[in-house]
Design a protein around this ligand. Structure first.
Ligand code: SF4
Length: 335
């Protein structure tokens, strides 16, 4: 098979796979507890892609140029034997990087076997280092000390990178920017600040709650001088910065104030086999019937045509788009 590009000449390099739609947290900006209560119908086991089905799909994507896989959720560490899936994916030709995004609550115990299976990089969500605020922002489900210990274990491991994802909301956790940096400055843990986004339809997003890149940099530069550094690769999501007088790296994910759609090479696969070509997609492409009926050739043709007809750039047109079509929920595709 051959490398393919979309209508904006963007190649497909990264596939994000949600391996679990459920989560042990109820973060208000992703899975608000009042909307995702005990009666909420999540996918049944048989509705989720099995490991060999995920392997089959990844082989097709690898044939079109994908070389990075990110495992997400919901909370991916709720999926049993995830290390077995990592082993399957690591042996696929062309796949040379496997990453995981997790809330970290279940991480420390599973870390050794995930790394042994071939995990390369990890992103851990951490919106605050204040114990009470953490408990509140996890929907009263998470224990901060457990996650801080897991971050330490990950930073001392052989993983290629350990990054923290902090979604900054005005008046909620913007006072945590400096404490987070103070904790991880002069370490190999990269702190990334994410502008609060209008993902899905359930997080009650308003522009007034956004504290954007310039404001965050201002808060940081009141304390430390920082400077931009070159991206690691074209299409890297976060813009990278370094301290002038300290070790350590800071990242910024700026979908609201500085969109990065022009180099977006990411596709997303939900746990029930639906393909999405953008984080803010409202159109889904159900691959499950082809996957389960072993229509491999048709599956490859469909995936190629979906990508080649892709023209997503939601963050660039956010303010102009009048469509109020239902966008896919964050927990279904894992950011
Ligand atoms: S808004 Fe869509 S196209 Fe733009 S960077 Fe995000 S996922 Fe990619």
């Amino acid at each position: 098979m051959k490398n393919i590009t979309d209508k904006l000449s963007r190649p497909i390099k990264d596939l994000r796979i949600s391996v679990m739609d459920t989560c042990n947290y109820r973060c208000p900006y992703c899975m608000p507890a009042d909307k995702f209560d005990d009666d909420y119908q999540f996918l049944k086991k048989e509705q989720r892609l099995g490991f060999s089905e995920i392997e089959k799909v990844v082989k097709v994507f690898a044939g079109f140029g994908v070389n990075k896989i990110r495992l997400t959720g919901g909370e991916p560490l709720l999926r049993r034997d995830l290390d077995r899936l990592i082993k399957f994916l690591k042996r696929i030709d062309g796949i040379n990087d496997i990453a995981l995004t997790t809330n970290g609550q279940l991480l420390q115990r599973q870390l050794p076997k995930l790394i042994e299976a071939g995990l390369d990089r990890i992103n851990i969500s951490l919106d605050t280092i204040d114990e009470d605020l953490y408990y509140k922002m996890s929907g009263k489900r998470g224990k901060l000390s457990v996650v801080l210990d897991a971050i330490d274990a990950a930073s001392e491991s052989s993983l290629k990178s350990v990054k923290l994802n902090c979604v900054v909301q005005k008046g909620v956790n913007d006072d945590q920017i400096i404490p987070l940096l103070e904790r991880y400055q002069d370490t190999n843990v990269v702190v990334r600040f994410i502008e609060f986004m209008d993902v899905g339809t359930k997080n009650g997003w308003t522009k007034e709650e956004v504290i954007d890149f310039n404001d965050i940099v201002q808060i940081i530069e009141n304390k430390w001088k920082i400077s931009p550094v070159e991206p690691n690769y074209i299409g890297e999501v976060a813009s990278r910065y370094k301290y002038d007088n300290h070790q350590g790296e800071i990242g910024f994910i700026t979908s609201i104030s500085k969109p990065f759609c022009r180099t977006c090479s990411r596709a997303r696969l939900s746990a029930d086999g639906k393909l999405y070509t953008c984080l803010f997609a409202h159109q889904e492409h159900d691959l499950m019937p082809l996957i389960r009926n072993n229509k491999d050739e048709e599956l490859a043709q469909i995936i190629a045509s979906i990508w080649q007809n892709r023209d997503d750039r939601y963050s660039e047109i956010r303010n102009q788009s009048k469509d109020n079509k239902e966008r896919i929920e964050m927990y279904m595709i894992g950011g």
